[in-house]
Design a protein around this ligand. Structure first.
Ligand SMILES: *[C@@H]1O[C@H](CO)[C@@H](O)[C@H](O)[C@H]1NC(C)=O
Ligand SMILES: *[C@@H]1O[C@H](CO)[C@@H](O)[C@H](O)[C@H]1NC(C)=O
Ligand SMILES: *[C@@H]1O[C@H](CO)[C@@H](O)[C@H](O)[C@H]1NC(C)=O
Length: 703
């Protein structure tokens, strides 16, 4: 790899002055400039172009039609549970992911691997429900000829067993159908084009490992949430199914079913994934509480503490209680009669409330009543304040109605009426974004001149706090592996904004303070979209340049138009910051008179023949040298002054994931027009990528 820096003295100096101007102008604006707001996150991202990765942690944010295609008796309950059927007779319910998944079948080629995890809950009133549910992979979201009862809504008497069905189903069957050669009334089966299972097993999981493992039975109709995992390896053709009640802490190591299954003749190029359930004379309510799915990688783990609740049958227990109390009342005491009446009234009230839960909730994201947010933050009390900056204050809140769920609530004053209107429209649209590297927008609320935005709560705070102890938070220092994973996550989040969402979203304020860390230390990018929102209502005469000193691309001083390339520049600053543990611009060291600009310092380390000298000394040398060199090099690449010289986020992601290696003859040319000017001469550095250090090459005169 070769790094060259070429500049003439005169041009270099001119640009140098230009850069100083940037610094001066930006310092003057300081704080309120960075007005961007976090929105969103958590599903659907593709690394290779056709890969699919999504998670529904409850279905309350899934838009019917656009996101999930529901038919028959399927609906999403207000609390977020996906109900495929209620306990009425002879129902069929389907729920499919609306966009197809590319499996690459149909040509005899190797299929994509897939992995899915979901939580099901089957609630039966009285004894003996039916008929069960199935995870389905099918050529369309409409399953033609689907019948209820024993067909589970997947196939019908006319289609059962036909090779032209192209259907794979993994059934969770609660009825013993002799007609279908079922083994019992509580089994998992693998069905190919037919409801006669190719393989089936009584529902159970293996506790422990290897030979010493014991089989523990699981009852599907227990009305308890049960997690299932289905993994298919396209290379070996092995399909695994694992089941366990959610009360079991870890995923069982050994699958319940592991079978070789050639799905190449079954799957078409594109297939739809989803669920089907049916009832017959025997009937249960079939629910899916959460679902994650991924091709060519493990499905994201489901957060079992955030599962939606399902309505419990209230009629049976209430009758019982009434009868009991009536009996006691007959035995004599008026006091008990009164008590019984009170209980009945209470039960009625409860039933009335439960009915309300059945409503559709179509707003995306959810609009919260102000009262609820007021209560959640204890009246926006100072003690609940998490931080302030940018647009407004951020409070921690606890939503009682949603089972004590923690959220972060951002309070913004939205100036003019006009601004507010645009604001709300924009928030509603950004709220539909879901990506696991973006902070999820749960909902919003308008209250007089304030706008409140409700985000998922990030227990580990900001990257800033972990790198520099910013905001008074004492956070443990990050290891190299954590840093590298965080950078990869932020890159994927930005890629989603730039290229993978409905329209291009420029973040405009990528910086350590806007990278939040989830419970698993995974990076979530926050605070975007707001700068654009703010401009809708802003007075053009006072349009401010959004951004943060040290992260702002040089072209932003000439034009205030933020682009994806200006985001890449900021990301470059972040790369260097995380690798070096230093801020992009630091005040002059003792005795110095100029700010220390990180980019130049890293470049100088490279020019001095020891690029790795720039790595954060707090890591005490424990880091992966190849990764560190890659991060530093990429940081320099993204920091080039010419926007078109910077890589795109897609390229950055490919480099970071190792999908693409930086070419051995790659060159960064720092000409006089670049911020990375090298005054007095041009420089070429050869860099052995196979290890060792960067060594200084020849210094020669500028072009
Ligand atoms: C069950 O669902 C069906 C179809 O969606 C509906 O017609 C019926 O009224 C529901 N029954 C109950 C008891 O809610
Ligand atoms: C599944 O079983 C059916 C019927 O027994 C058989 O025709 C089919 O080939 C099997 N499919 C696979 C993929 O093993
Ligand atoms: C399926 O299970 C077997 C046995 O535990 C395991 O070796 C294999 O890697 C699993 N395959 C997939 C695709 O998960």
């Amino acid at each position: 790899m070769v790094l060259t820096s070429i500049s003439t003295p005169a041009r270099g100096r001119r640009v140098h002055q230009g850069f100083r101007m940037v610094v001066a102008a930006s310092s003057a604006q300081h704080l309120p400039v960075l007005l961007l707001l976090a929105v969103c996150c958590c599903c659907c991202y593709s690394s290779a172009d056709d890969d699919v990765d999504f998670i529904y942690q409850g279905f309350q944010h899934a838009s019917p039609g656009a996101d999930l295609t529901l038919d028959g008796s399927a609906s999403v309950l207000r609390g977020g549970a996906l109900r495929l059927t209620n306990d009425s007779n002879r129902l069929v319910g389907h729920a499919f992911r609306s966009s197809p998944v590319r499996f690459g079948g149909g040509g005899g080629r190797q299929l994509a691997s897939f992995s899915t995890a979901f939580v099901l809950d089957i609630v039966t009133v009285g004894s003996g429900g039916g008929h069960g549910l199935a995870f389905v992979v099918a050529p369309s979201t409409a399953l033609p000829g689907a019948s209820p009862e024993i067909y589970l809504g997947v196939l019908g008497p006319a289609t059962n067993g036909r090779a032209t069905n192209h259907v794979l189903a993994v059934e969770f069957d609660t009825v013993l159908d002799l007609e279908m050669d079922d083994i019992n009334g509580n089994h998992v089966g693998i069905d190919v084009n037919s409801l006669f299972s190719n393989v089936s097993e009584p529902v159970a999981y293996y506790a422990g490992d290897g030979e010493g493992s014991t089989k523990v039975p699981v009852t599907l109709e227990s009305a308890q949430p049960i997690q299932a995992w289905i993994d298919y390896d396209g290379r070996t053709g092995v399909l695994n199914v694992t089941v366990a009640p959610v009360s079991v802490a870890d995923r069982p190591r050994r699958p319940l079913i592991s079978t070789k299954l050639d799905l190449r003749p079954v799957f078409k190029e594109d297939m739809y994934v989803g669920f089907s359930a049916s009832t017959g004379k025997l009937a249960s309510s079939h629910y899916i509480l959460a679902w994650s799915f991924r091709t060519n990688g493990p499905a994201q783990p489901i957060n079992l503490r955030r599962l939606p609740k399902v309505p419990r049958p209230s009629t049976a227990p209430s009758k019982l209680i009434i009868i009991k109390f009536a009996a006691v009342a007959c035995a004599g005491t008026l006091a008990l009669i009164a008590a019984a009446m009170a209980v009945v009234r209470w039960l009625r009230k409860k039933a009335a409330l439960a009915d309300k839960l059945e409503d559709w909730e179509l707003e995306h994201p959810h609009r919260f009543p102000y009262k609820e947010l007021y209560r959640a933050t204890k009246g926006f009390r100072q003690s609940e304040l998490l931080g302030a900056g940018g647009f407004g204050q951020v409070y921690k809140g606890v939503l009682r109605r949603h089972s004590g769920e923690e959220v972060a609530i951002k309070r913004i004053s939205a100036g003019t009426k006009q601004g507010m209107k645009e604001f709300v429209a924009e928030v509603a649209s950004l709220g539909r974004m879901r990506h696991r590297n973006l902070v999820e927008l749960r909902g919003w609320c308008k209250h007089s001149d304030d706008l409140l935005l409700v985000y998922e709560f990030m227990p580990n705070g900001s990257l800033d706090a972990h790198l520099f102890g910013a905001g008074g938070r004492k956070a443990p220092p990050l290891t190299w592996a954590q840093r590298f994973a965080v950078l990869g996550g932020v890159a994927r989040g930005l890629l989603y904004l730039h290229e993978e969402w409905e329209h291009v979203v420029v973040h405009r304020d990528v910086k350590a303070n806007n990278v939040l860390l989830g419970a698993d230390m995974a990076a979530r990018l926050g605070d975007f979209g707001l700068a654009r929102l703010y401009e809708h209502g802003a007075d053009p005469a006072t349009t401010r340049v959004a951004g943060t000193l040290g992260y702002m691309a040089p072209e932003l001083t000439f034009t205030s138009r933020a682009t994806t390339a200006t985001d890449v520049f900021s990301f470059g600053a972040l790369l260097l910051e995380v690798a070096c543990g230093r801020r992009p611009v630091e005040p002059p060291a003792a005795g110095g008179d100029a700010d220390v600009v990180l980019v130049r310092w890293v470049r100088d380390c490279g020019l001095g023949g020891d690029l790795l000298r720039a790595v954060d000394p707090r890591l005490e040398g424990s880091y992966d040298e190849a990764e560190a060199r890659l991060v530093l090099w990429l940081g320099l690449m993204c920091s080039q002054a010419r926007p078109e010289a910077r890589p795109t986020m897609r390229q950055v992601c490919r480099y970071l994931s190792g999908e693409e290696a930086i070419r051995e003859d790659a060159e960064l040319v720092f000409s006089g027009a670049d911020s990375l000017e090298f005054i007095g001469s041009s420089v070429s550095i050869t860099w052995s990528s196979s290890g060792g250090t960067m060594s200084a090459g020849s210094l020669h005169g500028g072009r």
